[in-house]
Write a protein that binds this ligand. Structure first.
Ligand SMILES: [Fe+2]
Length: 392
């Protein structure tokens, strides 16, 4: 994959690949961005044309992807360019993956038939600093109301263009939420059971960049825009290796039920999860493990009946929390958590108004598959306690 910051590099890529007609998968916000001028200028040179595809919604549907595939085929396109946040990326990825499949896919067959790589050049430009989707092999679409996770190595774009000016007009809440999404990707990746040296390198780059720059970034200083796009990309690289964990598994219903942005909900869930995990580790004191949470801060959230962790598991989790402390410039894991919690307070991230009767709905909506990536196993009671901790 090539990462560029200059539109001239994008043009060189298009010319060198002899690309003639590009399916441009982008929402309406694209028209206000510099890339819109680039598209017009390139078209005016007469060698390349663009076919705009914008018929998709947030949480994009399989049927919308089919429309995109049809547009690609009917217009004899020979490349895909995605411009946008997570939804545009998800749709573009699936169009690329499905474009050469047999039939029109209306029976749902594109989801069930085997995926294989194809030679369609795939370019992407993120318009938020958050999802990191421009560097991951994952896409999410919905079929008959059910979430479908699509994963394939060929979903990773050949070229990514980073243009910090896309962030200039992003509303403050969106800036905060998307930045927190990237931060949570980096944190969850660091403690994921699939975390490795390579993924942790990406996590560290992302966390350091976000913590060093977030105040200036939210204060709308252009000098930080490129750094935040890069931090989001690094966090995306981290979860491309490890995927996310219980924080993301818990956050999806918070977004739909209480109208919180994805990154806002993820940040709150990661906060209570992190505190709970430190408490669980500290309760295993006979094994000599302590994260430094004072007794006065030990709430009732850590499950007393938890099966004792093996020394190996405990050492592994402690190593990850020590690593996170290092990333946050903290002396102890507990201090790193405090830095994180203080940041959420400083950003004034509201808590959801969770009613007691909502708890069952929330607990049963958790993605069990994603929980398996968490370094400490959570039972239904643990998840219920964590949601209770989240209540406003
Ligand atoms: Fe996320």
């Amino acid at each position: 994959m090539q990462i560029y910051k200059d539109y001239a590099d994008l043009e060189s890529f298009i010319v060198s690949r002899n690309i003639k007609r590009i399916l441009l998968v982008a929402g309406k916000s694209m028209d206000r961005l510099r890339i819109a001028d680039f598209v017009k200028e390139l078209e005016s040179k007469g060698e390349t044309s663009f076919v705009r595809f914008s018929s998709f919604t947030p949480n994009p549907k399989y049927e919308e992807v089919l429309e995109g595939v049809k547009a690609y085929r009917d217009n004899s396109c020979d490349a895909v360019l995605a411009i946008g946040g997570g939804s545009a990326m998800d749709v573009a990825k699936c169009i690329k993956l499905y474009a050469y499949k047999d039939g029109d896919g209306e029976d749902g067959s594109f989801l069930t038939s085997e995926n294989s790589a194809n030679d369609i050049p795939f370019m992407a430009m993120p318009t938020t600093a958050g999802t990191g989707s421009e560097v991951t092999r994952f896409a999410v679409i919905y079929y008959k109301g059910e979430k479908q996770s699509v994963a394939h190595d060929s979903l990773i774009p050949d070229l990514v263009l980073l243009d910090g000016t896309v962030l200039v007009n992003l509303p403050l809440y969106q800036k905060k939420a998307t930045m927190l999404d990237a931060l949570c990707h980096a944190i969850e990746s660091a403690w994921s059971v699939k975390s490795c040296e390579e993924s942790r390198e990406h996590s560290k780059k992302a966390i350091t960049a976000i913590m060093d720059n977030y105040r200036v970034y939210l204060g709308a200083k252009a000098t930080t825009y490129d750094k935040m796009l890069m931090a989001s990309l690094e966090a995306g690289r981290a979860i491309n290796i490890t995927q996310t964990t219980a924080g993301h598994a818990m956050c999806y219903k918070i977004t739909t039920k209480y109208g919180f942005a994805h990154g806002h909900a993820a940040a709150l869930c990661v906060g209570v999860l992190w505190r709970w995990m430190l408490e669980v580790v500290d309760k295993q004191r006979e094994s000599g493990a302590e994260c430094g949470l004072p007794e006065s801060e030990m709430s009732s959230v850590a499950c007393a009946s938890r099966v004792e962790m093996t020394k190996e598991d405990l050492d592994n989790v402690r190593m990850k929390f020590d690593f996170l402390a290092e990333c946050f410039g903290a002396h102890t894991p507990a201090e790193a958590l405090h830095i994180y919690e203080d940041m959420l307070k400083e950003l004034e991230m509201d808590l959801p108004d969770i009613k007691d009767e909502d708890l069952d709905i929330l607990v049963h909506a958790v993605n069990i598959e994603r929980l398996k990536n968490n370094p400490i196993a959570l039972g239904e009671d643990d998840i219920r306690r964590l949601y209770q901790e989240l209540k406003a």
